[in-house]
Design a protein around this ligand. Sequence first.
Ligand SMILES: [Zn+2]
Length: 264
Amino acid sequence: MLENHPALLRTAIFTGVLLFFLIWELLSPYRPNSVSKVKRWLINLGMTGFNTVVLGLIFGAAPLMLAAYVTKNQIGALNALAAPYWLKVLLALMFMDFMLWVWHLLNHEVPLLWRFHRVHHTDLDMDVSTATRFHLGELGISALIKLALIYLLGLDVLMVLLFESLVVATAQFHHSSLKVPAWFENIWYVLFVPPSMHRVHHSVKIRERNTNYGTIFSLWDRFMGTLLTAVDQAGIRIGVGGHFEEKKLNLPQLLVMPFTRYVR
Ligand SMILES: [Zn+2]
C-alpha cells in the first residue's frame, strides 16, 4: 500500500528509524554530549525541513517517475541484462552504493564540493540527527546524479525505493551515538558500516576524516584502501578544525557556509 505513496513511505521510514535510534541513544549514549543536544537537534531537523520543502518543490516525484518511465520503455543497463530479478535488485543496490562511495570521496577531495559537505562535518557531536544535516547544495547536486544513474542503469521503482530506504536507515544507524556491543559491531562490520567506523570519518583530524566513506556497505572502503579502524575511539574529537565555535554554527550561518572562507 505504502509503495503507492512514496512520500508517505519515505516519511514513515525516516521518522520511524530516527525515533527508534533517538530513544536508544538517550537510554544508552556512547558518550556524554559536548554541546546541547536539543540545540543541535533543532538546527539539524530545521535544516532537513528546509531541504525537504525546497527539494520537494524542485524535484517532486521525479526519481520515481523516471524509474517508471525507464522500466516501461526498457531503457538502461539492467533492462538489457538477462538475469533473475533478485540479482538485478542486488546489483542495483551495490552499484548505487558504490556510486555513493565515489560521490562521498569526491565531496572530500574536490574543494568546491567540500565547501558544501563540510556543513555536515561541522556538527560538534555526532548522533542520529547528524545523518539529516546536509547542505541543500550537496543534496541538489546528488539528486541530479541520482536521476542520471536511474536512467543509465534502468532502475525500477522498487529498486529506487529500496535503495533510498536503506541509505536512510543505515546512515541514521552509523551516525548514531549508540553504545553498540563490540560483538555486534564486529559482525556488522564484515559487510556494513557500524557507528565506530563512521565516527572515525567525523574526526577533526584530516588523515582520519578522509577514510571510511561507505554508506550501506563497508566493502568499498575495504577494496579501495580507504578503511581505517585502528583509532582510539574515546580520543576522537568530532568536527572540523576552524569551526569549533558553537555560536557560529546556527542555521543561517550553515546555509551560507559554502560561500564563506574556505576551511579544510
Ligand atoms: Zn564525509
